[in-house]
Write a protein that binds this ligand. Structure first.
Ligand code: NAD
Length: 321
């Protein structure tokens, strides 16, 4: 069995490799060669923690396994990240445990890769202004991955806690992009691509805010009850997702579906667009929306990739198990 500790991931995995792994697995999901198992997420009644599993199997790459972890709100006081996760990979031919891989950085990279894949396939070609809603841990990863997909000239951003926006200002400065704090109205009117990555439980971006041909990547809603955009905006958009079952149950689409504004059949899996079996954006005026719920197969894809890299570079830790 191979162990790749959390601390080793940063030197192994690049954004390009994460992008490639996630784009491939979305494509496999759309052909039903890869599928996710139902998500388990439980409040365990200890340490105020939410704990769960995301798992699946990809018959193309033979990635089989699970990501286990969750949210421990008291961790920050212990000098630890509140979100904790570990990926376990199994040999699809024997069921033996193949690898244990630190999942914290990988989660950020695979989540940013998902919205970047959506931008590649759905955003207006000439997108110039990137709008960011959210300035937490994930947001910096999101921005770095997004700017690799279009020739953005500016970043405008809003956050519920405005003092956190300095994180995004620093990343924009590093990337050589002008950065401005902006109202939601301005983001909706000016941005060609909007990424939302917050832990909000109520709509932030409203239907009336968004004008013109925009691509909105909703990345924060990954649990029942969370919501970042108004259901009417989802209903007006051409909607794409990583997986329809998750989108309508724990993703941004849960609210539009519950309100009867859209049905499962109105949602297209992004893998079908990648494979060329479903249309994506059909014109520069389209409003496209990607509901990135975060699937277990993304975790398995990037973890499998990191194990290969660790073996190639001779840094994999091998143990008898
Ligand atoms: P974080 O705790 O570092 O940041 C939270 C963000 O949400 C900040 O921008 C904060 O200002 C904002 N926020 C907090 N309370 C809010 C409120 N009441 N209304 C509006 N905004 C509020 O979290 P993070 O690690 O950056 O994660 C952000 C979200 O992304 C979380 O909901 C997390 O579960 C989700 N996430 C999704 C995926 C996926 O695959 N889709 C993967 C990882 C994380």
């Amino acid at each position: 069995m191979i162990i790749v500790p959390e601390a080793a991931i940063a030197d192994l995995m690049t954004r390009a490799q994460a992008f490639d792994a996630v784009e491939k697995v979305f494509a496999s999901m759309a052909t039903r060669r890869a599928y996710n198992f139902p998500v388990i997420r439980e409040a365990i009644g200890h340490a105020d923690a939410l704990y769960g599993f995301k798992s699946g199997f990809d018959r193309d790459s033979l990635a089989l396994g699970l990501k286990s972890g969750g949210y421990w709100p008291g961790n920050a006081d212990k000098g630890l990240t509140n979100h904790q996760s570990t990926v376990f990979l199994f040999d699809a031919d024997t069921g033996r445990c193949k690898a244990v891989v630190g999942g914290n950085l990988l989660t950020a990279l695979r989540t940013a890769a998902a919205s970047a894949v959506s931008i590649k396939h759905l955003a207006p070609e000439g997108a110039k202004v990137l709008g960011m809603i959210g300035a937490g841990h994930q947001s910096a990863f999101q921005m770095r991955a997004a700017v690799e997909q279009r020739a953005f000239e500016k970043v405008i951003a809003w956050n519920y806690h405005p003092e956190m926006l300095s994180r995004l200002a620093d990343v924009a400065a590093e990337l050589g992009l002008p950065f401005e704090e902006a109202s939601l109205e301005r983001i909706g009117a000016e941005a060609d691509v909007i990424i939302s990555i917050t832990s909000s439980n109520a709509p932030i971006l409203l239907d009336a805010h968004v004008t013109g041909g925009t691509h909105v990547a909703c990345m924060g809603t990954d649990t029942k009850g969370k919501q970042e955009v108004e259901a009417a905006l989802v209903a007006r958009a051409k909607v794409f997702t990583d997986e329809i079952a998750q989108s309508v149950s724990i993703g941004e689409c849960q609210h539009a579906v519950a309100a009867g504004l859209i049905a499962d059949s109105d949602i297209t899996e992004i893998g079908a667009v990648i494979n060329g079996t479903a249309p994506g954006r059909t014109g520069s005026d389209d409003l496209t929306l990607f509901d990135g719920t975060g699937v277990g197969l993304q975790d398995l894809a990037v973890a499998a990739s990191v194990v290969d890299l660790a073996v190639d570079k001779g840094v994999a830790i091998e143990v008898d198990f």
